[in-house]
Design a protein around this ligand. Structure first.
Ligand code: SF4
Length: 266
């Protein structure tokens, strides 16, 4: 029988101490009290009476914040309507990764737009930015991540530990992907799930990832992996989700070329 005290970390429920709760409550109370005091004090006394430069400082901060909010809003609106971004910058990528999806999801829900459409637009924008930022990478620093459901259902060969076990019979795309990985010298991994895929990324620490999955998994995976560049390719689902899915190998090949150039000898 397993000793509860020796169980792994996942079996132990996290119980924050009373002192932590008390500390957080005190902090929250102090923050609320400070805010309340400022809301009363500033209009009562007046900024100029506190310091002559404060009205200008507050004006400058408000102006910068307004420009950031409106500029960001305009870029997000442009991205949503036209499906492309005008330029690449770290700031823009952060904005798209951290704000686009939540904001567009809410807007999409209000407009009764299917979530998958928002995710597809998000993936398209992400890919566009990744292609702008990640070029000329070394092939061996790339990782191609495939979902396990791409494997032919009746294949008894275990490819999740070692993809080289594949016999290349042609009943699913894994054989072709192994050939592609040899041709370019890129790392290929077949993952049984999101947790395993994340662990693989942490272990390998690649410069970029080419990931194949459904829109929902890609959208959440892209956000989890940020700031790591991930080129996302939506899978084919002739039999529905998670069952003998497929991928256009030419799209994976093009993704490798976009990030690392043509294979040696071409
Ligand atoms: S290509 Fe490889 S993984 Fe796919 S069915 Fe054939 S042996 Fe199995």
């Amino acid at each position: 029988m397993q000793d509860i005290g020796q169980g792994d970390s996942e079996s132990i429920s996290y119980r924050p101490g009373r002192s932590l709760f008390a500390g957080l409550l005190v902090l929250l109370a102090l923050a609320a009290a400070s805010l309340g005091f400022l809301l009363w004090y500033v209009p009562t006394v007046g900024l100029r009476n506190i310091h002559p430069a404060l009205p200008w400082l507050l004006g400058a901060v408000t102006l910068v914040l307004s420009l950031a909010v409106f500029g960001g809003g305009a870029i997000i609106l442009n991205a949503a309507l036209r499906g492309r971004v005008p330029f690449y910058s770290r700031w823009l990528r952060w904005l798209i990764m951290r704000f686009y999806l939540p904001v567009m999801s809410i807007a999409g829900a209000l407009l009764k737009m299917p979530r998958i459409k928002v995710e597809q637009a998000f993936i398209k924008l992400n890919n566009q930015m990744v292609r702008m930022m990640a070029r000329g990478l070394r092939p061996r620093r790339l990782l191609i991540l495939m979902p396990h459901c791409i494997q032919f259902d009746n294949c008894r060969i275990k490819v999740t530990r070692n993809v080289r076990n594949c016999a290349g019979c042609g009943k699913c795309e894994i054989g072709e992907l192994v050939t592609l990985s040899d041709e370019f010298g890129v790392n290929l991994f077949i993952s049984t799930g999101g947790t395993v895929a994340r662990r693989k990324v942490q272990e390998e620490r690649p410069d970029a990832v080419i990931a194949v999955a459904c829109e929902r998994d890609l959208a959440s995976g892209l956000q989890d992996a940020y700031p790591l560049p991930v080129l996302a390719i939506v899978n084919e689902r002739p039999r529905g989700y998670c069952m003998e899915t497929g991928v256009a190998v030419k799209d994976v090949r093009q993704a490798v070329i976009d990030l690392a150039g043509s294979p040696p000898g071409l």
